[in-house]
Design a protein around this ligand. Sequence first.
Ligand SMILES: NC(=O)c1ccc[n+]([C@@H]2O[C@H](COP(=O)([O-])OP(=O)(O)OC[C@H]3O[C@@H](n4cnc5c(N)ncnc54)[C@H](OP(=O)(O)O)[C@@H]3O)[C@@H](O)[C@H]2O)c1
Length: 280
Amino acid sequence: MIKHIQDTMTLSNGVNMPGLGLGVFKVEEGPTLVQAVKAAIAHGYRSMDTAAIYENERSVGQAIHEAMQENHLAREELFITSKVWNADLGYESTIAAYEASLERLGLDYLDLYLIHWPVKGKYNEAWRALETLYREGRVKAIGVSNFQVHHLEDLMSHAEITPMVNQVELHPRLTQKELLRFTKEHGIQLEAWSPLMQGELLSNDTLLEIAAQHGKSVAQIILRWDLQNGVITIPKSTKEHRIVENAALFDFELSQEEMERIDALNQNLRVGPDPDNFDF
Ligand SMILES: NC(=O)c1ccc[n+]([C@@H]2O[C@H](COP(=O)([O-])OP(=O)(O)OC[C@H]3O[C@@H](n4cnc5c(N)ncnc54)[C@H](OP(=O)(O)O)[C@@H]3O)[C@@H](O)[C@H]2O)c1
C-alpha cells in the first residue's frame, strides 16, 4: 500500500507510476490550467494525465517546464501521460500523433502513452505503433484506455507486448470488479478516470457517513478506496485547496468493512460513454 503522495505502483515492465495524479479533462488552455498543474506539482503531485483530444497539452507542457524550474525537479521525477485520439488510430498516424503530442508538451518522451478508446478494427494497428515507440525507447510505458475484458483479450491475442496500464471509468457506482480481477491476473495496472464520478458522489449518504467517521471528505474516502484497491487514481480539480485535499490520503485507513460498504454502492452506472457502444 502506498504511504505518500509520491509513492508509486510498479508496472509490469518495472516502471514506477505514481498512485495519484492530476487529471485535466475539460480544462482549456490558459492560466487556470497552468496554475492548477503548477499548484499540483508544488504540493507534491508528480503525475499528470492529459490527452490530445483535451486540446490542452501546450498549457500542461508550459506548466511542467515552469514547475520543474521553480521546484528544482528533473524531468525524470515527473510522470506524464497522454493519449492518441480515435481519428489518429493507425500505424503511421499514431506515431505522428505521438510526435505531435510531444511537440505540444515540449517534451522528448512520455512516461505513458495510451490508446484513448477501443475503436473497432483500429486499435490493433495502433497498438503495433505503440510497441514500436516502446521498443525504440521513445516512451517509458504503453497502455490502453476504456478497454473491457474482451477488448483486452482481442488486443493481447494480436500483440507482442501486453499493455502495462488500462485507464477506465471507475468509482463507487462503477466498481469494475471483473476488469480489476482480469487486469491483476495479467499484470495490467488499472487506473481510474472520473474517480469522483465528476462530483456526483459527493453527497452520497454512505460515503458521508464513512467520511465523518474519519474526519475526512467524501472525495478523500473515494480516492483512498482506489489506492487500497491497488488502483491508480487521477482526480481533476483546478482549485488549489481541492488539489491539496485530494492528496491528503495518507493519514487514515479504510477498514475491510468500509471497503466492502463502498463496493456495495456499485450499480454499473457510468457518467461517461460506454466502451461497447460509442460513436466517436
Ligand atoms: N481516458 C478517458 O477516456 C478519460 C475520460 C474522462 C476523464 N479522464 C481523466 O480522468 C480525470 C478525472 O476525471 P474527471 O475530470 O472526468 O472527473 P473527476 O475527477 O471524477 O471529478 C472532477 C470534478 O470534481 C470536482 N472536484 C475535484 N475534487 C473535488 C473535491 N475534493 N471536492 C469537491 N469537488 C471536487 C472538480 O471540480 P473543480 O475543478 O472545480 O474542483 C470537477 O468538477 C480527467 O481529468 C482526465 O484526465 C479520462
